[in-house]
Design a protein around this ligand. Sequence first.
Ligand SMILES: Cc1cc2nc3c(=O)[nH]c(=O)nc-3n(C[C@H](O)[C@H](O)[C@H](O)COP(=O)(O)OP(=O)(O)OC[C@H]3O[C@@H](n4cnc5c(N)ncnc54)[C@H](O)[C@@H]3O)c2cc1C
Length: 417
Amino acid sequence: MSTPRSHFDAVIVGAGVVGVASALWAQMRGQSVALIDPAPVGSGASSGNACTLATYACLPVNDPSVFANLPYYLFSNDSPLALSWGHALRHPIWMMKFLANCRATKSRQIAQELAALLAHADAGLNPLIEAAAAEDLIIANGQLTVWRSATAADADRAGLKFRRDQGIPFEELSGAEAHAMEPALAFQPARGVYYPLARHIRDPLLLTQRLHQKFTELGGQTIAKAVTELSDEGAQVRVHLGQDDVTAARVVLAAGAYSAQIKGGGAEHLPLQTERGYHLIYKDLGHYALRPVGWVEGGFYTAPMAQGLRLAGTVEIAALNAPQNPRRLDYIARKGAELWGDLPAPDATWMGCRPTLPDALPVIGPSPSSSKIIHAFGHQHLGLTLAGVTGRIVADLLEGRQPNLAIGGLSAARSFL
Ligand SMILES: Cc1cc2nc3c(=O)[nH]c(=O)nc-3n(C[C@H](O)[C@H](O)[C@H](O)COP(=O)(O)OP(=O)(O)OC[C@H]3O[C@@H](n4cnc5c(N)ncnc54)[C@H](O)[C@@H]3O)c2cc1C
């Protein structure tokens, strides 16, 4: 029996969709790669999302409307965004930075940066889908966004213009046209927008598993352990695993919302927090929606997928390790019944932790603590969409190559303000 390898060209910490996409890109480029995660591959935030390759979704949660709605977010049980008071008081600087990024000029700068990254999203993901023979998991049927009230739709006009200016294709629809696209909706929306190039994934967990399977077939190694620390030893980086440490020429920190917990990785002092999100699944109602439907006022998506109808979204700013909040699940169930008519009890519920920096941009690039450590985390609402392009950038950085898009704005050295 051959002794297990203990030195690699690259070690990827975290086997969510971002880590697995990075591992597969690097392995396809001929590097020897180990992927390390104590949890099953893809089982974190990457498993429970709204299934949408949302290449149009460049507008961040950080938006001037947050100021006006703040009392509602803090006090109402009927809001798509909820904030834990205790958490906010423990992290006042993060909260201030988050709010500072809601200023109109900042919000547009962030949107510009996201739009530039999203423009490469499909080109980053498609080669992985092809390599993993995962085309059967991808559905190209667009995405429909609906507004129930004309006032809410009018308030988003400037955002639509911004998208148009970025060259993002969409069709504006009357309420009747939007309803005709999704006849099972329980109310006729005031207006809709259709994004024809958006695709969705039948089963996001299965997609990550398929990418991982291809990674393994190409010789990639997976280690089921928690990384506690990374230390730059000059010629290599030591990846501390409690026992049987491994070493690598370069290490990629892709542990999602947990990335700041790994000592020596250079993320410990970054303002990484989480926006927790929830989903409910109705296994027999998958036929209700024909494509992902985003209801703006409700703050969640409905996606038809392998397990049925998934209602997924909302934002809860609370601690990573706080228990599930049943009020957030109730909120989605209640609003789901407004959107689709009476719903039975859900067959499954879930909560997951989106990794989020206060300026809603991921951190992709070298760590401030070591040029041999590469950061790839903080993809907030867009990690499924951006995993492929992140992986491609990571593979370039591992090879010491210049990525074919500017990543300076995603640097860990930015001010996050
Ligand atoms: C409700 C909801 C809906 C969403 N909808 C969409 C959508 O429609 N489209 C979209 O693009 N995005 C969506 N997202 C966002 C997307 O799911 C996330 O951005 C993405 O999954 C983040 O991936 P990740 O790999 O960074 O993190 P994760 O999937 O959380 O993976 C991180 C991994 O790191 C591992 N880890 C932690 N600590 C250690 C350690 N010490 N050592 C080793 N490994 C460690 C964890 O076990 C985990 O497996 C949604 C998210 C939510 C919550």
